[in-house]
Write a protein that binds this ligand. Structure first.
Ligand SMILES: [Zn+2]
Length: 270
């Protein structure tokens, strides 16, 4: 019985998550401090948890955060974990023109390459959306995978409209993201915090359901500033224990999974 690929991903947005939501955010120290917590407090806890269980993960990090947090980037690299492309400033790309979006791709690419010596292999949009330029830019920068879509539980080759591409899409889902459960601010309308047990139940039931269907993968998207809090780290640890207890999982980085699954993918919709 083939193992179920389990892909843990962390979008380490730091302050850029908040500046993206408020152009005046850089003037607001409390607003920004919510993001600062991620690399400085949340990240060491997350790395410690992953290390205790011997679990790999993939980090998607905006170039500006890579530049601003060199010590934390070193911690991630020392743990042997890859850093993938997540724009430069985390400005929501659906508000950018073609040239601005390309500049974001270039600057983010440059920052990761300079800090890690490794070319990023994948891209996750900072906006939770693709523009008309995003897929051609992924191709231009030689990015082999995308993790953006919500239309499948299996990897597939991305299409740009009618055009086939060689970019492997690794879809995820809001149900498998920590933000809908836990991301809260008194200035974000409509947000409520779920109990950590709600995420545990959702993620464990999602895992069990997906594990029963061959060809699926289980990916969670998290943020160190959200999951780095002790109660949310508990939720992640309970999920890890459940998955390990099934004996059906194999934990992988996105890049390693893409290398494995690519030869079996055929062009087209999932
Ligand atoms: Zn992000």
């Amino acid at each position: 019985m083939p193992k179920i690929p389990v892909l843990f991903t962390f979008d380490m947005d730091a302050e850029t998550l908040w500046t993206a939501r408020d152009p005046e955010g850089h003037r607001k120290p409390v607003w920004l401090s919510q993001g600062h917590y991620g690399p400085t407090v949340g990240l060491p806890r997350i790395l410690g948890l992953l290390d205790r269980y011997g679990i790999p993960a993939t980090f998607f990090i905006p170039g500006r955060v890579v530049e601003n947090y060199p010590a934390q980037i070193e911690q991630i690299l020392a743990a042997g974990l890859p850093i993938e492309h997540h724009s430069y400033s985390h400005t929501w790309s659906d508000s950018l023109g073609a040239e601005e979006e390309e500049r974001e791709f270039q600057q983010g690419w440059d920052a990761i390459l300079a800090a890690t010596g490794r070319k990023p292999q994948g891209w996750r949009s900072p906006a939770g959306e693709l523009t008309a330029h995003s897929i051609p830019l992924m191709e231009k920068f030689g990015l082999g995978f995308s993790s953006n879509m919500f239309d499948a539980d299996t990897a597939y080759l991305l299409r740009d409209g009618e055009r086939a591409t060689q970019i492997v899409e690794l879809p995820f889902a809001w149900a498998l993201d920590d933000a809908p459960f836990f991301m809260y601010s008194n200035r974000l309308p409509g947000r409520v915090m779920a109990a950590p047990s709600v995420a545990v139940e959702t993620w464990c039931r999602e895992y069990d359901g997906l594990a029963a269907e061959p060809g699926t993968h289980f990916m969670i998207a998290m943020h160190p500033q959200v999951t780095g809090r002790p109660s949310r780290l508990w939720a992640l640890e309970q999920t890890i224990k459940h998955i390990l207890g099934t004996g059906t999982a194999e934990f992988l980085t996105c890049a390693d999974y893409v290398a494995r699954v690519r030869p079996s993918l055929t062009q087209g919709t999932p």
